[in-house]
Design a protein around this ligand. Sequence first.
Ligand code: ADP
Ligand code: MG
Length: 664
Amino acid sequence: MELKELKGVGPKTLQGLFDLGINSIDDLVRYYPYRYNVYKPINIRDCIDNSTITIIGRVVSKPSFFRGNKVKSIIRFKFETSNNIINVTIFNQPYLTKSLYINKELTLVGKYDELTNTFTVSKIFNDVLDKTLIEGVYHSSSNINRSSLVKLINNILLSDYEVNEIIPSYINDKYELMNTKDALKVIHNPIDNSSYKKALLKLKYEELFEFMFKINILKIRKELNDNFVIKDFNDDSLKRILSLIPFELTKGQMDAINEIIEDFRSLRRMNRLVLGDVGSGKTIVAFISLILNKESGYQGCMIAPTEVLAIQHFENFKSLFNDLDIKVELLTGNTSKADKNRINKELLNGDIDILIGTHALLEDNIDFNNLGLVVTDEQHRFGVNQRNILRNKGEAVDVLYMSATPIPRTYALTIYGDMDISLIKDKPNNRKEIKTLKYTFKDLDKAFDIVNEELNKNHQVYIVSPLIEDEESDINDINNIKELVNKYLVSNKKVGILHGKLKNVEKDKIINSFKEGKIDVIISTTVIEVGVDVSNATCILIFNAERFGLSTLHQLRGRVGRNSLESKCILLSDKNSERFDCLVESNDGFYISEMDLKLRGSGDLFGIRQHGDMSFKIANIVSDNRILLQCKKDSEEFIKDNIDTNFSNFSYYRNIVNDLVNKD
Ligand code: ADP
Ligand code: MG
């Protein structure tokens, strides 16, 4: 069954689902809440401080309705709850007036101010909750709201739709794992902690088992020593290339390049990950590899997760290596049909030496004459399968991945078990350390003084705020930030706003204007694209920094300090300030990720939203490390027992293997 056959799914809803990356029914039921709201009615006298509480009771006065100056509307009435009469205020929900009348029973969620005996409502249920309600909170999009999403998911789970049980049954039995459909029901509508934990275990196990299965298959594949070619080029080539680069390479960069050259010249196919902190200069390593690959007589390509990054690399390559006789092209989803056709042709006849682009490169009709090297930038944004699509577009393609995810070595060995790793530990030495400062909101003006100082030098600034994406408050919060910025920012500066509801094209447009210097300040309510390189940006101000993990903060901070200008990162937070000390003390991403692990028990190594390979929907390789290691072992055994029969009893895994291996 397909999504569009579901009841209640019209074109708009379908688009909404696609926006969320939901392309099948299976995706839909596995679209998990990212947190839960728990509503448990309490006696209002038990309310502590300023916390959000849930109360039940009935309306005891006729609601009055006002239009406000600053707010759209206010509804007020008296409410009886656990033998108290309190005042209730509801902002900006004028449509509620119709359903509120004397004696109407309600459940209200909000905050109680004892001094004025007033309860300010943030959420209202049209009846009385008789028990605790746990409600999943989902990322939603402008084309589909939470309630439609929940309805779709629950309809499927209540129907006789069969969810694929992917864990081999002997493993299910061994660990007494819950069946998948039940686990999904619980995850979307948890009732108690013990079943929730069991459900979580099943779904995490599934995810990590499949992941480790793929990694182990790839590893075996590598050991089978498949096709290879020996690449050779004139030793002067490297000298010539280096002479065109306006800076001296770091030791880490040179070591990585030498390891790559060794791979080129050896009797094996390269499968190498370049792991280096943000700003360590991985791009140039990729470029040099691409050129040497070309000098050896092969075409190469480089894929980046977004158009902005692809364009950035393309422009950068052209400006650095203009003097070399190399034809480089750009291909993205926005390339015109005519250009695309031309590129297709020139790729096939070998005129194009290097192709840089986005996911558009993965399309079936993109064929090369003799592809020899594939570079994947920000590799964690791509899945294992996507990785292989490109390498299969040539005979014996070398593969190079770039990753800024600072990950401790032990984890790297598990999850990158199929790759060789080049570690770039140093940073270009023209860099000044980014100065990191902590402020509380009380000192907001001081924080903006620093921002303004940078702007007055005609430098550019990022302002980042971690918003909760899906709640109605989103737009309000953006407005709040805009107001603050208007209040504190020096005038005459152009400000662009990036938020979750913008389409990718619009986002790219804003980022590009920022790059071109047409915008001085970017306010971003989503995480700014990792990899964006604007060297004139010298300051980043991060609101509510406590909502980000240390590694994410470090990645964000890496947007500045991209040349010899002094750069600053300002963390604004009223909470948890000791946690930030290691950011203030250190600019080393590897150290910070270790600290993150120590402090939180789990890290957010991969940022808020995860993608591609690391796009575990529910598992976390760090906090679920024990499950991961178990899955590694279990999948190795599973493979050992079944590889000779090509997984004849396990069609799900046979298909995975075919996808991963047999395509070449
Ligand atoms: P990342 O490793 O985060 O992808 P980039 O490759 O984008 O980093 O490099 C960041 C910036 O540093 C770029 O502007 C690049 O030109 C510059 N850069 C790279 N290597 C050096 C170096 N050895 N010396 C000086 N600047 C460098
Ligand atoms: Mg990069």
